[in-house]
Design a protein around this ligand. Structure first.
Ligand SMILES: *Cc1c(COP(=O)(O)O)cnc(C)c1O
Length: 417
């Protein structure tokens, strides 16, 4: 069972001041989770989580994570500037972008951020834009299919690096290291992102083994000094109530074992580990709160809500499951099958299809779970829908508006009449 981090009474008080729909975030949950991650990797003296800003690009959230010791992982100019305005500077910024422009490289370099090159041709783009920095990272793509742990029902984790646009091939990364060294780079890092939203304590350890092995080889082949390894994002969260959450302490321990087995014997026991988690840091600590405004009974039964895919694109885009709690009916039996839909002129504008819920009527408040990452941030303005507000539930129980809702005038602001 998934329990919202706000009660019905709390939510009624909140909606009296802040109209639905909105996203609300749980400061306490965010901080406690960030501390668990930090503890899990405390054995590595250089460890740092760079929060993937694209997951939740909201200053109040970035500032909480900065207080917990996180840096900012950016992939665009706007994310860089937002991170800078939140106080991040120098090596607190990781710039892991792809198909990168000169302007973005210049901004990252001006801030002193660590630049992670997605492709070998970007060496020339970077050189022309702002020169090669002393500390640099390259992104690796091993190709093929990445799998983990076969069970009776298939693989625990399966993804297709060979179909992904990211990273360099094995020969390219050797060549990139040699060229960068010749151009003045002195400190090197490697990065890879092989699978997304993994629910397995084995993903990071398996990725770490690949990268630790590669680091030892690259040092042998190129003589480059590798000082950090970036395990990137990809640790998932249980969107479904029957799924089991990852155990971050077990993940940290699995990576430690790989480190002891592969890096320490290679004389690389001083390498710092970085992560760039987004979903794991925020998804469970955000709710999309929406009200049922209509019910419709045709060939199926529909609940029409005041949010739509513009507020949360994942179900429409990937068919993702997001759990829904009907507030005040948490313990009522799920006797009715509904499609929970928004008002876009698109039939995929549904938060749930054939979902069993308690009998639900207009006026009921719904909590859509696990929207803290890749939720608000993937929002868009189709059908002239305005972006919602974002609220923060503080540790003391107070609620703060951390982004106001868009107005029609915001929407019209860029138009030429
Ligand atoms: C999206 C992304 C992340 C974060 O991914 P999550 O699945 O949210 O953990 C980290 N690094 C890079 C380069 C990304 O593109």
């Amino acid at each position: 069972m998934k329990t919202p981090f706000v009660t019905k009474d709390q939510l009624e008080a909140i909606v009296a001041r802040h109209p639905t729909p909105f996203h609300i975030y749980d400061e306490k949950g965010i901080r406690e989770n960030a501390r668990r991650l930090k503890a899990a990797f405390s054995w590595n003296p250089g460890f740092r989580e760079y929060f993937a800003v694209k997951a939740t690009p909201t200053p109040a959230i970035i500032k909480i994570l900065r207080q917990e010791g996180c840096g900012c992982d950016c992939s665009s100019l706007a994310e860089l500037v937002m991170s800078e305005r939140c106080g991040a500077a120098g090596e607190e910024i990781m710039f892991s972008s792809n198909n990168t422009t000169a302007e973005e490289f210049q901004a990252a370099a001006r801030m002193g951020g660590i630049i992670n090159l997605d492709d070998i041709t970007l060496i020339d783009t970077l050189e022309a834009a702002c020169g090669i920095p002393e500390k640099i990272c390259c992104r690796f793509n091993p190709g093929g299919v990445f799998t983990l742990g076969e069970t009776g029902e298939g693989f625990q984790v399966m993804d297709n690096p060979g179909d992904a646009k990211f990273g360099m091939t094995r020969p390219q990364i050797s060549e990139a290291f040699r060229r960068l060294k010749a151009m003045g780079a002195r400190e090197f890092g490697i990065h890879a992102f092989l699978a997304s939203n993994t629910l397995s304590n084995e993903y990071y350890p398996a990725l770490a083994r690949i990268l630790f092995q590669l680091a030892a080889e690259l040092r042998q082949e190129t003589g480059c000094r590798i000082t950090f390894i970036n395990l990137s994002g990809g640790i998932g969260v249980p969107y479904r109530p029957d799924q089991e959450a990852n155990d971050i302490a077990a993940i940290g321990e699995g990576v430690r074992r790989a480190y002891e087995e592969l890096l320490v014997p290679a004389g690389m026991g001083d390498v710092a580990l970085y992560t760039e988690l987004g979903r794991y840091m925020l998804a469970p600590y955000g709710h999309l709160v929406t009200r049922v405004i209509h019910e419709k009974h045709i060939y199926k039964d529909y609940l029409g809500v005041d949010a739509c895919a513009c507020n949360l694109m994942r179900p429409a885009m990937y068919g993702s499951y997001h759990h829904i709690t009907v507030m005040g009916k948490e313990n009522a039996p799920c006797t009715h099958s509904y499609d929970v839909s928004g008002s876009l002129c698109e039939n995929n504008d549904k938060f749930a299809v054939d979902r069993m819920l308690p009998e639900t009527v207009p006026g009921d408040l719904l909590v859509i779970h696990d929207t803290g990452a890749h939720g608000f941030s993937m929002g868009y303005n189709y059908n002239g829908k305005l972006r919602s507000a974002e609220l923060l539930l503080r540790e003391d129980g107070s609620v703060e508006l951390i982004r106001r809702a868009e107005t029609l005038e915001d929407y019209f602001a860029t138009l030429v009449w």
